[in-house]
Design a protein. Structure first.
Length: 134
């Protein structure tokens, strides 16, 4: 299965289906970031409300998107050191999300969100350059 197909499957499984059939690989990764960040934002709301089950569900959704979608779509063979570093960063984000859930830790949620936002911004910047080079 191709990395793009793995990402598509993870995206669909997490319930974020709008636009997937028409998305190219670059847009799909942006959608994964959007879905993970939306789930983390939802987890923050649930944390503030003291809704433990819903907080857990939102965090689990974010972890699933990061683990199965973003990490799962990496090609460490062709991506070399960059893919390896991204893999480690995605793993770290998942660990912080787990910490956030276990300890009701808002700072861990904010850290995971900040890291994913920085990666999303970088990914968004390479899209136009990639299309111009083609």
């Amino acid at each position: 299965m191709t990395p793009a197909r793995v990402a598509i499957n993870a995206y669909v499984q997490t319930g974020i289906e709008t636009g997937v059939p028409e998305a190219d690989g670059h847009r799909l990764v942006l959608m994964l970031f959007e879905g993970a960040l939306a789930a983390i934002a939802n987890a923050k709301i649930k944390l503030a409300a003291g809704d433990i089950p819903s907080r857990g569900q939102a965090i689990s959704k974010a972890i699933s998107i990061v683990e199965q979608g973003l990490r799962g779509s990496l090609d460490t063979t062709q991506g070399g050191e960059l893919a390896s570093r991204l893999d480690g960063l995605y793993h770290y984000v998942c660990v912080r999300l787990l910490d956030a859930n276990l300890r009701a830790d808002l700072k861990a949620l904010e850290e995971a969100s900040a890291l994913l936002t920085q990666l999303q911004d970088g990914w968004a910047q390479i899209g136009p350059a990639q299309r111009q080079a083609a």
